[in-house]
Design a protein around this ligand. Structure first.
Ligand SMILES: Cc1cc2nc3c(=O)[nH]c(=O)nc-3n(C[C@H](O)[C@H](O)[C@H](O)COP(=O)(O)OP(=O)(O)OC[C@H]3O[C@@H](n4cnc5c(N)ncnc54)[C@H](O)[C@@H]3O)c2cc1C
Length: 402
């Protein structure tokens, strides 16, 4: 029992892009919302995100969610500043995947996405010295880009506050329980918040909170942590200015052109992105020398003038991976936590979908039926891993682009 008790209709634990979007959506509906965050806004993986915003996915429901989210980023002014910058994005595929990529582009167009069949020559209009080895079919999204992940989370939180939400920073939820009076969140200062519903937006730390709440290890959610390093370079004059992102499955890397002169390089390599790490061990502060060397070589092979670039920094973040690379959005009542919900396991691509996650969770916890909801959340249940009804991807052999 805590020293003192407060109450709130909804408690959201975590204030990354997911928790802040959920809080915003609920507060906008006029609900009483409290956000509990053990550090600061976007201090977790959101703060390390490359924050690419794209719509190229190979599963219809994720594509629809990404279009919904892209539209939210393009029209973010009513919420605040997201830093969304439209750059366009190329997806060149190896010729052997041309069939599936072309068919997938048709699917994307059928959901209303501005997905264009492009050419190697068109990429060369932006990158004249591009080495196009391994490029066959090229898909292009003129409307995609990137945003500022910290600004986005802060904008959601500030707007939620305007609607009356209470934000508790530097407060760790040490456990969650649920009984016939509803769920409670216990904080590290000994206090307790009673709620009608609690939502865990705790990314890779979700199983820790469940364990601390007395849930046995064998009921852990299938979420593994993996390390994702991003290299930041100051790019040379040849590539200055606003340029499209190059998602580059053939070299298992992405090259994001940020602002006028910064390039961010990250992996699309499933063997890296799915390699589990222990989050209770030491997490590196930046990329290893081997990784740095490897990924610098990859971009220099593609864009030779990058050899003149200077290194700015490297950043190590964590992906919360599930077996199919998609989120778990579900009630935890089967774990004995009635009225407790989760949105986690976003698998390294959850920033761009944060507007959709906020919408989905806000409808789920306010008793909208999944049939009438903006998005049917049932495909995201944790039971799918036991039943084998995983969310499909055409790209499992191509790279971590889903
Ligand atoms: C390096 C990197 C690059 C990425 N690039 C992209 C990209 O280009 N595009 C894209 O769409 N996605 C990308 N992602 C993924 C995306 O950034 C994440 O999926 C998303 O931001 C995760 O948001 P979140 O709110 O779920 O988690 P987090 O941002 O990790 O937030 C979880 C919050 O919960 C808090 N918390 C945890 N436990 C507790 C507790 N017990 N009590 C209180 N608070 C708690 C943490 O402090 C944290 O603030 C990238 C991720 C990384 C790491």
């Amino acid at each position: 029992m805590g020293e003192h008790k407060a109450s709130s209709e909804f408690v959201v634990i975590g204030s990354g892009s997911t928790g802040s979007s959920i809080a915003y959506h609920l507060a906008r509906m006029g609900k009483s919302v409290t956000v509990v965050e053990r550090n600061g806004i976007a201090s977790g993986n959101t703060g390390k995100s490359s924050a690419l915003v794209r719509t190229h996915y190979s599963s219809r429901i994720i594509a629809e969610m990404s279009l919904y989210s892209l539209n939210a980023f393009r029209d973010f002014d009513g919420i605040g500043y997201s830093g969304f910058t439209r750059t366009g994005m190329f997806f060149p595929f190896d010729e052997k995947y041309a069939g599936i990529a072309r068919k997938n582009s048709e699917m994307l167009r059928s959901v209303g996405i501005n997905e264009q069949e492009s050419t190697v020559n068109y990429i060369k209009e932006f990158y004249t010295d591009l080495n196009t080895e391994g490029y066959g079919f090229v898909s292009y999204e003129p409307d995609s880009g990137y945003a500022d992940p910290v600004a986005t989370a802060n904008a959601f939180i500030d707007k939620a506050k305007e609607f009356g939400a209470r934000i508790m920073l530097k407060k760790k939820a040490v456990s969650v329980d649920s009984n016939s009076n509803g769920p409670s969140v216990h904080l590290d200062d000994g206090s307790e918040i009673k709620a009608s519903k609690v939502i865990l937006a705790t990314n890779v730390w979700t199983n820790d909170l469940l364990s601390e709440s007395g849930i046995s290890k064998n009921k852990n959610l299938p979420i593994n942590a993996s390390l994702h390093d991003v290299i930041y370079l100051r790019r040379p004059d040849e590539y200055k200015g606003n340029r499209p992102t190059l998602m580059d499955p053939p070299s298992l890397a992405y090259y994001k052109m940020e602002g006028n002169s910064v390039t961010a390089i990250g992996s699309l390599d499933p063997s890296i992105d799915n390699k589990p790490i222990d989050i209770h061990g030491e997490i590196p502060e930046g990329a290893s020398d081997e990784y740095l060397e490897d990924y610098l070589q990859r971009i220099i092979q593609r864009l030779p003038a990058v050899k003149k670039a200077s290194l700015i920094s490297t950043v190590s973040g964590i992906y919360d991976m599930t077996p199919d690379g998609q989120a778990i959005i579900d009630s935890l009542s089967s774990l004995g936590l009635d009225s407790v919900y989760v949105c986690a396991g976003l698998s390294g691509h959850g920033f761009k979908l944060s507007p959709a996650y906020g919408k989905i969770v806000s409808e789920m916890v306010t008793d909208v039926s999944p049939e009438n909801a903006t998005f049917d959340w049932r495909p995201f249940s944790k039971e799918r891993f036991a039943s084998g009804k995983l969310i499909p991807s055409l790209y499992s052999e191509v790279g971590t682009i889903y």
